[in-house]
Design a protein. Structure first.
Length: 256
């Protein structure tokens, strides 16, 4: 949302930018690194790091800083208060129990998608597939089935803004990075109302996703299932996975 400049608390914006500077690539940052990542001066980044450590959101050894367990309060508050994950979770649990596969519900957040609900089957073959796909995990939108479904559902102006001047990082040898090809994939996802991504974000990860819409027809999330390599190549197995996802999406739509 847009607000007046006078209503903006610049210090809060900068502090949140510093918190968001931490990720799997940089789990520990010093003031110089945090400044580069948050777009601040080193002095400003240092003050924000010290303040966040003072109130318990960061830990430090005096030189480097890292996130503390207290930051989970922010994610926990979302999961506890947001209606979307609470409504979706029982459906994912049922699907996982029926098929022993890994199911997720995902929302779009800028360049990434975020897992807001998740349930995994108990089959041993899913131990590797489940790695790194925990609640709150962030994945690149361009290389995931859910990201493509969500991007395909954006209004044309928003999608054009997302694509403008964008380069698509290559994450595996199979990642689609050419913009024209990527636009074609989004058009295909919009036309068929589902998307399959194989080995594009991570080798060995094959997934199929469908949009989750509310009663007004707005796409609010994407549902996907991660399956063992090769299973989506079988037409009947692919159709079964797609039917299960679409049935769950149809059921959930009445509650959103």
């Amino acid at each position: 949302m847009d607000i007046a400049h006078a209503d903006t608390i610049a210090g809060l914006v900068k502090g949140l930018a510093v918190l968001e500077s931490f990720d799997t690539e940089r789990q520990r940052l010093n003031a110089t690194q945090a400044a580069e990542r948050a777009g601040l001066t080193r002095a400003a980044a240092r003050r924000h790091l010290l303040t966040l450590a003072h109130v318990g959101y960061l830990e430090t050894d005096g030189s480097f800083f890292w996130l503390s367990a207290r930051t989970l309060r922010l994610a926990g508050a979302y999961l506890a208060s947001s209606r979307l994950p609470r409504v979706i979770q029982p459906a994912l649990n049922r699907l996982a129990a029926e098929t022993q596969d890994v199911y997720s519900a995902v929302v779009l957040d800028g360049d990434e998608v975020v897992i807001v609900a998740r349930s995994a089957g108990l089959a041993p073959s899913n131990q590797l597939l489940a790695y790194g796909r925990h609640l709150g995990a962030r994945l690149p939108a361009h290389a995931t089935s859910t990201g493509r479904v969500l991007l395909a559902a954006l209004p044309k102006a928003e999608l054009n803004a997302w694509l403008a001047g964008r380069s698509l990082p290559r994450l595996t040898p199979r990642t689609t990075t050419e913009l024209r090809s990527f636009k074609a994939l989004l058009a295909q996802a919009a036309a068929q109302d589902f998307c399959i991504a194989n080995d594009e974000h991570e080798l060995g990860v094959h997934a199929i996703a469908v949009p989750l819409r509310d009663v007004k027809g707005r796409t609010v999330a994407a549902l996907n299932v991660i399956v063992p390599p090769g299973r989506l190549d079988d037409a009947s197995l692919r159709a079964d996975a797609l039917e299960r996802l679409r049935a769950a999406a149809s059921e959930l739509r009445q509650m959103l």
